[in-house]
Design a protein around this ligand. Sequence first.
Ligand SMILES: [Zn+2]
Length: 52
Amino acid sequence: MSEAREKTEKCMICGKPSRTTICHACEDKIRSEAVDKKIRQEKAGRTDKEKK
Ligand SMILES: [Zn+2]
């Protein structure tokens, strides 16, 4: 039983060895997806406004 918690030294998304929880590649992917979601939401809001 180890007292020290094992650090997750691999990406939680792709499972590749990474110093961070999410590697740069996946971080970039997630970021772009988040931006895309935001843009879609804004577009939906605009579309809703235009309909009114
Ligand atoms: Zn990754």
